[in-house]
Design a protein around this ligand. Structure first.
Ligand SMILES: *[C@@H]1O[C@H](CO)[C@@H](O)[C@H](O)[C@H]1NC(C)=O
Ligand SMILES: *[C@@H]1O[C@H](CO)[C@@H](O)[C@H](O)[C@H]1NC(C)=O
Ligand SMILES: *[C@@H]1O[C@H](CO)[C@@H](O)[C@H](O)[C@H]1NC(C)=O
Ligand SMILES: *[C@@H]1O[C@H](CO)[C@@H](O)[C@H](O)[C@H]1NC(C)=O
Ligand SMILES: *[C@@H]1O[C@H](CO)[C@@H](O)[C@H](O)[C@H]1NC(C)=O
Ligand SMILES: *[C@@H]1O[C@H](CO)[C@@H](O)[C@H](O)[C@H]1NC(C)=O
Ligand SMILES: *[C@@H]1O[C@H](CO)[C@@H](O)[C@H](O)[C@H]1NC(C)=O
Ligand SMILES: *[C@@H]1O[C@H](CO)[C@@H](O)[C@H](O)[C@H]1NC(C)=O
Ligand SMILES: *[C@@H]1O[C@H](CO)[C@@H](O)[C@H](O)[C@H]1NC(C)=O
Ligand SMILES: *[C@@H]1O[C@H](CO)[C@@H](O)[C@H](O)[C@H]1NC(C)=O
Length: 876
């Protein structure tokens, strides 16, 4: 659409910005019939909030949850849903207990790569690193081991894995916490991680739902240079939502994720945690999510509006950290008593929380034995309130032998980008020279910066809440020294990137130079080297390009190792003849050095492939992040106009040749692809789900007399602690809300608990089960034609053929281990979902009549084998 229409559309939004309590809170797109990607960029109201019915494999958990919740009083149900406030208890988030039933309060703890704020835990490779292994077994095992560690510390909900951000722009600060900007790679990784975590008996919290693609302005807040700025709004159309950003969430739900975290940002100008379209219609309706939605920390901005729009748990429970006030707690109690929220909605929230609890077997859990805020053995159990002195840290070592697989996983996730034949090294090189701050220890120790918000020494995780403390960090320099000295060789190092004289003196002597460089990013509440969470650029940090140049201009055997949160620009050095090898090692976790040495010295044959594209400038990736307000104090409008064209799809569309493409990675052996076979599998026609739900169950009675909900006389309240009780029998007084009783017109249907029509694209957790019907089975022969064993990540891409479709989309992969001279069969199934597009009009998946092609590929640009897909009757 022309620029002027754009402007009008978004000006209108600015003016119509809804009050926080407004449950409609919706942005309607202009009546635009063009194929603009932002057509249908709206969040229409959808009520009532769907109640869980125990569908899919949730039946047993649902029955148990209903039985449990049926015994609860209103105050006890409120307790289950409301956090007790920031730093009020041992975990980063804790809801109220149910002492009457000896039910311990549920503990939510970061992070997606290990137990945050605890000792004697493992630091696993980051999500964006393990994605490079393209290995389902690794995804599952890492999830399982992280789950075991959380469980042994007494955690009920691990706040991970991450598929939002997906990685729309590589500068996004938290991309590394997630997996890949490709929805299918992310979807498979998140599903296996969820299964792993939950098989270990801990509830996974898949986050951040949704389109939390940048750190700048993610929350409404005050920014030093700009004053108050409202939360950024990610404006997106329905088709892109389904085909890109929602895809991995659907996989997580299908895998049984017990909880989902709603994000800080707005979508189509509606705060996600009160966006009825996204929570009621999409998550709980279409995707049949049976677990509970919890808010990101202070991402809730309303009481009744968020309750009716499907939020089930508020975290950490207070309106702002330690305000002592809550949108829920007493307000939730009141909203039931004054009839604004129907009881079934609270019952449903409680049942969802308890269903997740039983679904993963939390009823056999152990109490929390650590404290997030203090490492002392004895201290206050209510850290903020400074009361309840007791044993708080039992210092339980929960690591088991996870270090072994952490090392192996990190090696499997390492990507060999260039090799002129020098790798693997024999270890008997005459003089090994190691360069770079990124090779060695931090001057401050491995955990020297709070939440890892600093870059000094080798980089093995990003910064922010998505971190854990290292039990130790094996640096590349440690591991290389041990290797070379063990062989009686010479190994020296310079870890100051600016010590030019020493660097040059050493480079001229070296038989092999190993240069370690990095690029970091993290969560927006910490700024490192001027980067407020999001990266300011894609170049290597700490003058790494100069370091590489200084070494490689004097040494014709320079190997570069990159530790980074995502793509970095390699233009200045990648094609130099003196750069004999390049490795991307991501953020490998505690065994970093051992893992890279395993690859460099050939104990492991590299098999990782890039989970993103490395281009030659930031603009090639599409729209930039928004770093400055664009709308005064109102929400910056982030229009996802590029639609589904991010990462390799953007490069393909613009016909830009990347330096290293998505899916690319070398091995010390070589592979040959042959003999593609496509077999059509009989499957019936697609039947949209129909029929009606049951009526909303109401579990138990409650008194409407406010006198029954008053503070117990004998209860001492730790400072700012959130309880469900009222401090007055007058509800207006108890609410302490200046807007109490304001005549909001709640949307029609919001309180309707009668049976509701089922959603055609829904029907089970993840969506209509027929979307997973297999329509084709694809096979190919992969031969290792080298001389050593190796592993090859074979990829399956599809071309859906339509004028609005990407050139190709990833739809499957397998990592095959093949002996030299041997062949293996690659197999992948193509499901109905894989060949479908989202149709906005019918609100369902449809198979277009465009000609479809399947590719068995070594990367997104090496589409080695091709075959047509005869959709026949399946197509519309
Ligand atoms: C919400 O939408 C309904 C119609 O769906 C309308 O009647 C009501 O006034 C709206 N409420 C607010 C607060 O805008
Ligand atoms: C947009 O479409 C709606 C529904 O079709 C109609 O009621 C409304 O008048 C249209 N608005 C404009 C500005 O054309
Ligand atoms: C609610 O939770 C708090 C904190 O765990 C607890 O002290 C209180 O007794 C609980 N209230 C009820 C009614 O169970
Ligand atoms: C109830 O919620 C309102 C905001 O909607 C808040 O101002 C008030 O402090 C809350 N009351 C309590 C008792 O926390
Ligand atoms: C790391 O910290 C030490 C000690 O403060 C400092 O000398 C060094 O320059 C730092 N390195 C980098 C790369 O910032
Ligand atoms: C990019 O950011 C890094 C980290 O802050 C900085 O070291 C580097 O100088 C920046 N690069 C450019 C080209 O500005
Ligand atoms: C490569 O290294 C040699 C020293 O071995 C040096 O003479 C030459 O200039 C270097 N070439 C480049 C392109 O840096
Ligand atoms: C580097 O230069 C030396 C001396 O000219 C030569 O012997 C050696 O083969 C070169 N190494 C590489 C990797 O090109
Ligand atoms: C507080 O009083 C209630 C009701 O009398 C009683 O059930 C409860 O055990 C008391 N709690 C404490 C901590 O004394
Ligand atoms: C009911 O209680 C809630 C929570 O305090 C409040 O926000 C809402 O305005 C109240 N509604 C009415 C109609 O009094």
């Amino acid at each position: 659409m022309p620029a002027s229409v754009w402007l009008q559309a978004f000006l209108a939004v600015g003016l119509a910005r809804a009050q926080t309590q407004n449950p409609n809170n919706t942005y309607s797109a202009p009546n635009d019939t063009s194929s603009s990607p932002l057509n249908n960029a709206e969040s229409p109201p959808y009520y009532p909030s769907p109640w869980t019915e125990g569908s899919g494999d949730w039946a047993q958990a649902y029955v148990q949850a209903k039985a449990f919740v049926s015994q609860l009083t209103l105050l006890e149900k409120v307790n289950l849903t409301t956090g007790t406030g920031w730093q009020s208890e041992a975990c980063v988030g804790t809801v109220g207990a149910i002492p009457r039933l000896n039910f311990d309060p549920l503990c939510m703890q970061d992070s997606p790569l290990g137990v945050r704020f605890a000792d004697y835990v493992s630091a696993f490779p980051a999500g964006g690193t393990i994605a490079a292994s393209w290995d389902r077994g690794e995804f599952y095992r890492r999830g399982y081991q992280m789950g075991q560690e959380h469980r042994a510390k007494g955690v009920d909900v691990q706040l991970g894995p991450v598929v939002g951000p997906l990685g729309r722009n590589p500068k996004g600060g938290r991309n590394w916490e997630g997996f890949s900007p490709d929805p299918v790679l992310s979807g498979i990784a998140v599903a296996d991680t969820v299964r792993g975590i939950q098989d270990a008996g801990v509830i996974a919290c898949t986050k951040h739902f949704i389109m939390n693609e940048q750190e700048h302005f993610r929350q409404p807040g005050d920014f030093e240079d700009f004053g108050f700025v409202d939360a950024v709004s990610s404006n997106i159309d329905d088709k892109t939502l389904h085909e890109l950003y929602l895809w991995p969430f659907a996989d997580a739900i299908r895998a049984g994720t017990g909880s989902i975290m709603c994000s800080y940002n707005k979508v189509n100008n509606s705060q996600v945690c009160q966006n009825s379209y996204l929570q009621n219609y999409i998550l709980k309706g279409e995707l049949g999510f049976q677990g509970f939605i919890m808010s990101d920390w202070d991402a809730q901005h309303s009481g009744v509006a968020s309750t009716l729009a499907g939020l089930d748990m508020t975290m950490p429970g207070d309106t702002d950290f330690n305000s002592g006030q809550s949108f829920w707690g007493p307000n939730l109690t009141i909203s039931i008593l004054n009839g604004t929220v129907p009881e079934w909605r609270l019952d449903d929230a409680a049942v969802r929380i308890m269903a997740a609890y039983y679904y993963v077997g939390r009823d056999e859990s152990i109490p929390v034995n650590f404290d997030s805020w203090q490492r002392d053995t004895y201290g206050y159990s209510h850290y903020f309130g400074k009361t309840g002195y007791r044993l708080i840290n039992q210092h339980v070592d929960v690591r088991g032998d996870h270090f072994r697989s952490i090392r192996h996983t990190a090696a499997k996730s390492t990507v060999l980008l260039k090799n002129s034949g020098v790798l693997p090294l024999s270890g008997t090189e005459k003089w090994t020279a190691v360069f770079g701050n990124d090779a060695g220890d931090s001057a401050y120790g491995p955990n020297g910066f709070p939440d890892h918000g600093g870059n000094n020494g080798t980089l093995a995780m990003g910064w922010g809440s998505g971190t854990a403390d290292f039990p130790y960090l094996v640096t590349p320099l440690d591991a290389i020294k041990s290797q070379v000295s063990g062989n009686g060789g010479v190994v020296t190092s310079v870890t100051d990137n600016w010590a030019y004289t020493q660097i040059q003196a050493m480079a001229v002597q070296a038989s092999v130079a190993l240069v370690f460089v990095n690029a970091d990013s993290g969560e927006g509440y910490i700024t490192v080297d001027g980067n407020t969470g999001d990266r300011n650029n894609l170049t290597i940090w700490q003058d790494g390009d100069t370091l590489i140049k200084n070494v490689s201009s004097l040494c014709n055997n320079t190997i570069v190792v990159i530790h980074s949160v995502g793509p970095v620009l390699v233009n200045s050095f990648y094609d130099s003849p003196n750069i004999t090898a390049i490795l991307w090692a991501g953020l490998p976790g505690q065994e970093s050095g051992n893992a890279i040495a395993d690859i460099i010295y050939g104990r492991e044959n590299p098999g990782g492939k890039l989970p993103f594209t490395i281009g030659s400038n930031a603009a090639e990736y599409g729209p930039d992040l928004i770093y400055e307000p664009t709308n005064g104090h109102d929400s910056p409008q982030d229009n996802f106009e590029e639609g589904v064209f991010i990462d390799y799809r953007a490069f393909d569309k613009q016909n830009i040749t990347p330096i290293y493409e998505f899916g690319f990675g070398l091995s010390y052996t070589t592979f040959e692809y042959s003999n593609i076979k496509v077999v059509k599998v009989p499957a019936g026609a697609y039947t949209p789900t129909s029929g009606q739900t049951i009526a909303a169950p109401t579990l138990g009675n409650y008194s409407t007399d406010p006198a029954d909900y008053q503070w117990p006389a004998n209860l001492t309240r730790p400072s700012t602690y959130i309880f469900p009780y009222l401090n007055s029998t007058d509800l207006v007084t108890a609410s302490q809300d200046p807007e109490y009783g304001l005549n909001y017109t709640w949307p029609a249907g919001a309180t309707d608990g009668s049976p509701q029509a089922r959603i055609p694209a829904g029907g089970a957790p993840g969506g209509n089960p027929q979307l997973w019907d297999v329509l084709f089975s694809v096979e190919a022969t992969i031969t290792n034609n080298g001389t050593i064993p190796g592993e090859e990540v074979v990829q399956l891409y599809l071309s859906l053929g339509g004028p609005e479709d990407p050139k190709i989309v990833l739809r499957g992969f397998d990592r095959l281990s093949i002996q030299p001279g041997q062949s293996a069969t690659f197999h992948a199934d193509v499901t109905r979902r894989d060949v479908s597009n989202w149709d906005v009009a019918s609100q369902n998946w449809v198979i277009s009549s465009y000609k479809k092609t399947v590719y068995v590929a070594a990367s997104s640009r090496k589409l080695v084998l091709t075959a047509g897909l005869d959709l026949g009757d399946y197509a519309s």
